[in-house]
Design a protein around this ligand. Sequence first.
Ligand code: GMT
Length: 378
Amino acid sequence: MRIGIACYPTYGGSGAVATELGMRLAQRGHEVHFVSYAHPFRLPRFLRNTYFHEIEVSRYPLFEYPPYSLAVTVAMHEITTQRHLDLFHVHYAVPHATSAWLAKQMLDDPGALKIVTTLHGTDITLVGQDPSYRSIVKFSIERSDSLTAVSEFLKRETIATFGCAGCDVRVIPNFVDTEIFGRGEDGQRRRNRNALANADEKIIMHTSNFRPVKRVGDVVRVSARVMEKVPARLIFVGDGPDRHMAEEKARSLGIGDRVVFLGKQESVAELLACADLFLLPSESESFGLSALEAMASEVPVVGTRCGGLEEVVEDGSTGRLLPVGAVDAMADAAIEILEDPARKAAMGRAGRAEAEEVYSVERILSLYESFYEEVLSQ
Ligand code: GMT
């Protein structure tokens, strides 16, 4: 198949999923064209069967807001006509689903291109509901040839909030490469661990884009409570708007010297392999790819009952899930796990098994491939 993929290139689950998916499809012999405003962060520079097309968003003094959506549309239309694409798979509805629909209408034969839209989370639960976007998001997802959502929760949210009862949303969960995310080599892990924390300290980790929905302030609060009982160090990976607030909170709670901000990192897998506990106290999470990556790395997850995360983390088995904002309960759960090595190891093994059995690359890739075939045969 000749497949176009539109995604955000930055650190974030939807870009990671889109890139990993495209790379695997290319390895299976499909021709894959990535469209984005920058090189997707997980995409290697050279890879057989993959092509990267950078969207040029030209500036003009009249434009306070350069029309990015139009530039994406033009890129999609050009690549489709030049490379005779069979389908365009767009990740994150805003504005990619709209641009895809427009690009399709511009074709001499709009029926020749199928659009697959994957809904990832805030495109439905937050941004998509903003009055300035809501009607165009509803229109675009209703016009998409096919829709997938990364969890049952997100499917329900889509139908409930947009009322598109006629929308046939297929749930295809995210996946994790268990060869990349795992315990890694013992010696290397020990060296990395020594570089991150003292020998007697447990490592609590959080990776995200530090947006308010992630509640990084709670990551600090929970860790501060844990540190009262268990020697520990909190490692933040990633960057975003709430980073300074988290730094300030750590200082004000007196744990500034035990909180490390590593910023954006290339090899999250190597870092996760060193962790003893992963914290994800989000307000809302349609899936929680970072939690799945932690599970694959045999790291128990302590998180919140916030939608899709409940489908990924099994409370009591692969981690613990508590109500949003329940800082004390999350801290108690984290302390229990960290103080019981046998339980921690059992949770780690259960997480790894779940990642291998349910969320393997092979399994999920095959679901996407058969879905594409279904859509193309319609
Ligand atoms: O969070 C977002 O705003 C968008 C998106 C992203 O690009 O990181 O995250 C969502 O998609 C991920 C991949 O499918 C999911 O693992 C995240 O749970 C989801 N984020 C939210 O629902 C907050």
